[in-house]
Design a protein around this ligand. Structure first.
Ligand code: SF4
Length: 188
């Protein structure tokens, strides 16, 4: 489906019932940020706080993401943040294949409108959805590949960092690589 404007995409997402996740959501979480952002962050799906507020990455994982952005000189308001699925999977389970398939067109639409130069995939699910293959995060985190004109970097989901200090250090290294890429490409 082609959406002529981001407003029409937004309206389609907000009323969507294309997969079973609509039945248990409180709010659709479309995504937010700078529509002209050079960097887009993509997670797997809303958690409980995001479902309550209708905004992405607003819980503890979101606060950590904001801190890590700040460490490389990026304000949250200067990037765009979205998820692979726009409605919360119950109990924070992984989104299922049929749910991802039903929702991925919306994310593609967002990428097409925003046209970021760099896409950072937060976690295995997001990286798999963007790269179209299984991603082994321990091996591939922090690597940057150019696909169809976008730099794509997988890194750990901030929620995973809260529970594993080793991952947190790896992710900080990845963000430093992101900061260097931003500098080298003249984005910041
Ligand atoms: Fe629609 Fe995506 Fe929500 Fe499923 S997760 S109901 S496809 S917006």
């Amino acid at each position: 489906m082609i959406y002529p404007t981001i407003k029409s995409l937004y309206e389609a997402v907000m009323s969507c019932k294309a997969c079973k996740l609509w039945q248990t959501r409180q709010n659709v979480v479309f995504g937010e940020g700078d529509l002209h952002a050079d960097v887009m962050f993509i997670g797997e799906g809303p958690g409980a706080r995001e479902d309550e507020q209708g905004r992405p990455f607003v819980g503890p994982a979101g606060q950590l993401l904001e801190r890590m952005l700040g460490e490389i000189g990026l304000a949250r308001s200067s990037v765009y943040i979205a998820n692979v699925v726009k409605c919360r999977p119950p109990g924070n389970r992984d989104p299922q294949d049929d749910e991802r398939a039903a929702c991925i067109g919306y994310l593609r639409g967002q990428v097409a409108f925003i046209k970021p130069k760099i896409i950072v995939c937060l976690g295995r699910i997001a990286a798999g959805a963007i790269l179209g293959r299984d991603v082994r995060m321990m091996k591939e985190h922090g690597s940057c590949v150019k696909v169809k004109g976008f730099y794509i970097m997988p890194t750990f989901h901030p929620a995973a960092l809260l529970h594993n200090p080793d991952y947190a250090e790896y992710a900080r290294q990845d963000f430093r690589v992101l900061g260097e890429l931003l500098h080298e490409t003249g984005i910041s």
